[in-house]
Design a protein around this ligand. Structure first.
Ligand code: BES
Ligand code: ZN
Ligand code: ZN
Length: 503
């Protein structure tokens, strides 16, 4: 899809579809829309009354113009309440517009949004993200469908601007939106790939490709022997049940702008390429989506794929401890005790609480080898987080108020819902072991997202650290928002890109 900004009059442009954004509960027909209605002999007024179109977010009303306008169809798309309007409403409206345009195989859409008070670059970025993400399909195993779509001419979405300076702002936003969408799509593709193909080796190859294609990215790969030598007993315990070789990937982004004054940050993504639960085997109905258990790593790789485009003013380290969690004669057992890279011993009580074991060594590695100014880990960590916050909202836990509030702000402008959960000291004893320093499950029945967070905190050291539990929103099993198809969502990519951009 091509997205462009134009200064043309929306009534002069030939198109398959002319789209007008409309707020709810206001005088719908004003400005350009009033002129459109006039040219259509008042049909829009009549139809919107008959169809009870009220501008509710995502609602659509389509009218064929029969030559009364250069565009074949006019579509009104609801933007919802003006008071709650923001970038996310634009994303959703753009997504539903593209879905409709796709259905009618439109080649050209012109689009006019009312003056909203939102920064025009931000509005165009949101529109671009919504449009491109709605257009996403995972078609690796549907080659016929892929071929059919490839044969189609690409759709052009032209955003109408009032003057040349608005065109420039829109173009800036479109460029940024395309980068954000590309990184998100990169992550979605990785998550949607079946676990038989998306192995630790495959993740390693992705990291290698990113490093080969971008001179700002360096990659260090640690294989099983190297990880053992470093003392990553927790990560290795998870990895040993699988025939797939594990890899610890350490990517570093440094641009030629990077100097000594630059801050160092570390992004860690959970990378369990399939989580069967191990010997504490998952019931079938909880296992069928577990190819998504590397969504954190997918987000980190998606971010690295565009770092040179956004050129953040920081040195970025990306860590991925990739392995599979499988039951076998070589698998870790409940009751086993392992020692992580920072010397802390861990009693494994449930082999399905494996994510925190892999992350423990990634955090310990960070503390020992990188010593960054801040750390974010992103992980499909606990079903308990879904119990607490539902499927759409990620949990945020942190040992530092400043980083937490910055991530909250970044998530809010990305339209990715996150909610802060506490890490109360009083709960810390719940993850203390009987025969080891720690245990990998809580002694308590409730609060599993928080106790997982408290476990990780033991490995972050003194560094400001934030943990995003994305077990819910990383993967959708129903068609969710207009710009999210079933499957991997790429959740967290846009939040972290915002955070990196503004650091
Ligand atoms: N990968 C799962 C968490 C998960 C659940 C991700 C649902 C996405 C959707 C994780 O490794 C896990 O199994 N956690 C256990 C921990 C428990 C055994 C303490 C859980 O949440 O049930
Ligand atoms: Zn698990
Ligand atoms: Zn898991």
């Amino acid at each position: 899809m091509n997205i462009i900004a134009i200064k043309e009059d929306i009534f002069e442009e030939e198109a398959d579809l002319a789209v007008f954004g409309v707020f709810s509960g206001t005088q719908i027909f004003s400005g350009a829309l009033k002129s459109a209605d006039k040219k259509l002999n008042g049909l829009l007024t009549v139809m919107s009354a008959e169809e009870k179109f009220g501008g509710k977010l995502g609602d659509q009303l389509v009218l064929h113009t029969h030559g009364k306008l250069p565009a074949n169809r006019v579509m009104l798309v609801g933007l919802g309440d003006k008071k709650t309007f923001g970038a996310e409403a634009i994303r959703r409206a753009a997504g539903s517009t593209v879905r409709y345009a796709d259905k009618i195989e439109a080649l050209k859409i012109v689009c006019l949004f009312p003056n909203t008070g939102i920064d025009p670059a931000e509005a165009a970025q949101a529109m671009t993200e919504g449009a491109l993400l709605a257009d996403y399909k995972y078609l690796t195993f549907k080659p016929k469908e892929a071929k059919r779509l490839n044969k189609r001419k690409p759709m052009t979405l032209a955003i109408v601007a009032s003057d040349a300076s608005a065109v420039r702002s829109f173009e800036k936003g479109i460029a940024m939106g395309a980068i954000f969408a590309r990184a998100t799509v990169y992550a979605r593709d990785l998550v949607n790939e079946p676990a038989s193909r998306m192995t630790p080796t495959h993740l390693k190859e992705h990291a290698e490709r990113l490093a080969a294609n971008d001179k700002n990215i360096k990659l260090k790969v640690l294989d099983r022997a190297a990880c053992e030598k470093l003392g990553m007993g927790a990560f290795m315990a998870v990895a040993k049940g699988s025939d797939e070789p594990p890899y610890f990937l350490h990517m570093v982004y440094r641009s030629n702008r990077t100097n000594k004054t630059y801050k160092k940050i570390t992004l860690i993504g959970k990378a369990v390429t399939f989580d069967s639960g191990g010997l504490s085997l998952k019931p079938a109905e909880y296992m069928d989506t577990m190819k998504c258990d590397m969504a954190g790593a997918a987000a980190v790789l998606g971010i690295f794929s565009v770092l040179s485009d956004i050129s953040p003013g920081v040195e970025v380290h990306g860590l991925i401890a990739a392995c599979e969690n499988m039951p076998s004669g070589k698998a870790m057992r409940p009751g086993d005790i392992v020692t992580s890279m920072n010397g802390k011993s861990i009693e494994i009580l449930n082999t399905d609480a494996e994510g925190r074991l892999t992350l423990a060594d990634a955090l310990a590695y960070t503390d020992k080898k990188i010593k960054p100014d801040s750390i974010i880990d992103i992980a499909t960590l606990t079903g308990a987080c879904m119990v607490a916050l539902g499927t759409d909202v990620a949990g945020l836990m942190s040992n530092d108020e400043k980083i937490a509030s910055r991530i909250e702000a970044a998530a809010s402008s990305a339209g990715e819902p996150i909610w802060r959960l506490p890490l109360p000291e009083d709960y810390a004893p719940l993850v203390i072991g009987d025969h080891a320093d720690l245990r990998n499950t809580s002694r308590a029945k409730y609060g599993g997202a928080i106790t997982a967070g408290l476990f990780l905190k033991e490995f972050a050291g003194e560094t400001p650290w934030a943990h995003l539990d994305i077990a819910g929103p990383a993967f959708v099993e129903r068609d969710a928002l207009s710009y999210m198809n079933k499957g991997g969502t790429g959740f967290g990519v846009r939040t972290m890109l915002n955070w990196l951009k503004n650091i």
